[in-house]
Design a protein around this ligand. Sequence first.
Ligand code: GDP
Ligand code: IMO
Ligand code: MG
Length: 420
Amino acid sequence: MVDVLLGLQWGDEGKGKIADYITPDYDIVARFQGGPNAGHTIAFGEKKYILNTIPSGIFREGCLNLIGNGVVVDPVRLLEEIKRTEISGVSVKEKLIFSYRANLILPTHKLLDEASENAKGKSKIGSTLRGIGPTYRDKTGRSGLKMYHLFSNDFKQVYKKVVNRHLALLEHYKFTDFDLVKEETAFFEACEILKQYQFANIEYLVHNAIREGKKILAEGAQGTLLDVDFGSYPYVTSSNTISGAVCTGLGVAPKHINKVKGIFKAYCTRVGSGPFPTELNDEMGERLRMVGNEFGATTGRPRRCGWLDLVALQYAVMINGVDELYMMKTDVLSGIDKLHVGTAYDLGNKIVDHFHSTSLETNKVIYSEMEGWNEDITQLVAFEKLPKSLHNYIDFLEEKTETQVKLVSVGPDRSQTIVR
Ligand code: GDP
Ligand code: IMO
Ligand code: MG
């Protein structure tokens, strides 16, 4: 049986914290899409860890962590991440298994990402520059390299063919100021080390685990509004981030998908460019950024902040078939007199309550105003003890999404989690 945990907004909802928190209920945690553009933060025992490619089950005893075929892997960055993680005493090698089918991010994919962003000028995506777009483009263009290529005798020749094509493209972009030899040395060294790790045909491994009655958690990266098909295109990432992607990113049949757990912040953030109807470019936006410490886990960029967008949340619940909602960073809203929740977009000639490409270009939003609460909630452990107006806030969201809020997060630490 496979449960899914994924973000319902523009990423950074707190997936890492919750995946780690619920891992004791699972035998396996698996990433099914994305790559080192993700930054998942886990905090416990005064320590904080940021994972990019490694699944968030890595800190728990007895849990196997899988990198599915839908993921893109940068060997150089991954080894740095493994080293960082092993310092905390975790033996990553024993607990991490790669799909042979995952695609490799090459040094030139990162250069192409940068060149393409530069060429876009004002309309740049705000990519993390980790090579994600160019790698997925090569994957669907049927000219990318897979993990299994690492084990082939002619790996270097195949690599060279791909890179020559990339160099011609970089020439086209007039992007020539780089030291590829240095990057390649690090890349090939990292590939050799990576080959000593565990690889498997993950689709068989997962299938057998399901037959044995094991419990698997598929951990999403990015968020629904960054999905390449259903997000705020073209300001999205290059993979499908929604629950449907679990099937194609791990090789799991739809009938094995059990519960979909959707995570959202009690407000909304976005990093990078693109539409964000409920964005607050004022003191309140700044307050959310400072109190919520809204700076990118991967790039350190300040995140754009705004009120909760219920149109987008309802849409994300629909697209993913969310069974239960997990509300994150609720503590950040403490001390705000009046909270706002966006319930429709005003397009000038009409009011819409649907999230689609044209409805997003507005910053005129119809809001419901709600009473805030003043209490510090960061030490609370019982759902019933949450302030009355927070209960009202939750009731309102549940009614509008027709989905129960099963968990309320009141701080970054594992312990600051209230399960209903
Ligand atoms: P992810 O990409 O979805 O895993 O989220 P990130 O790790 O990028 O960003 C979430 C940030 O919020 C991290 O710094 C977490 O430590 C922090 N965080 C998670 N849950 C809470 C919470 O309930 N309250 C507060 N104040 N911070 C939280
Ligand atoms: P996690 O898993 C937030 C954003 C980038 C950019 C767009 C495309 O931590 O929630 P890409 O590098 O994928 O080509 O960038 O997507 N983005 C994220 N924003 N959280 C993430 O991951 C993100 N991964 C990509 O900022 O706007
Ligand atoms: Mg993140």
